[in-house]
Design a binder for this molecule. Structure first.
Ligand code: GRF
Length: 194
């Protein structure tokens, strides 16, 4: 079976990207990362991509006249690598409907909350402030609305006395990584026969 071709879009430190790289290297995930794309020149994700000899592509939003133009250029670069699946792993830009809608069925996002709770930012703080007993992360299909597509899978952690946004983030992160890898394994297993 050939490896599933995946493109990763990331703005931040890239720990989810690293989890995918490690799962591929260990043989746990039969995939190939065909490119890493970022809107942040100094992102950890791009550094990790380069360290692993992956295609690392930075597009500067400031050099485009509009969001739509940036998005078109970004997805022209992504499409050129012919990914079967596009993974948003900490990609911190809202994407325009024009680029999302045609790719919804093969674009997924990992979000650090139990969606539909807490789309957007500061999810750990918001879960604490709401007095929730549990928190978690969600992998979902991307649709034009932010953090709102159909849920594929979730992982949960208990919120304990004394937890802070930082402690929740630290407890959740390894579970996020495992969730993303397990969802990707399902994609590999259930993809149409060649
Ligand atoms: C993760 O918490 C992810 O769920 C969120 O942004 C964070 C990215 O972390 N969307 P990293 O860049 O993969 O380390």
């Amino acid at each position: 079976m050939t490896a599933l071709r995946i493109a990763v879009l990331a703005s931040g430190r890239g720990s989810n990207l690293k989890a995918l790289i490690d799962a591929i290297a260990s043989g746990e995930l039969a995939a190939e990362i065909v490119g890493v794309f970022s809107d942040k020149a100094g992102s950890g994700a791009l550094t990790i991509a380069r360290e692993h000899g992956l295609v690392a592509c930075f597009l500067d939003p400031k050099s485009f006249a509009s969001r739509a133009e940036f998005d078109r250029a970004l997805f022209a670069a992504v499409d050129a690598k012919r990914p079967e699946l596009i993974v948003l792993a900490g990609f911190m830009r809202v994407l325009s409907d024009e680029v999302v809608a045609p790719r919804s069925a093969r674009m997924i996002n990992i979000h650090p909350s139990l969606l539909p709770k807490y789309p957007g930012l500061h999810t750990h703080r918001r879960a604490l402030e709401a007095g929730d007993a549990e928190h978690g992360a969600t992998v979902h299909y991307v649709i034009p609305a932010l953090d709102a597509g159909p849920v594929i899978a979730q992982t949960r952690i208990a919120i304990e006395a004394g937890d802070t946004p930082e402690s929740l983030a630290a407890k959740l992160l390894p579970k996020e990584h495992a969730l993303l890898v397990s969802v990707m394994r399902n994609f590999v297993q259930h993809r149409p026969a060649e």
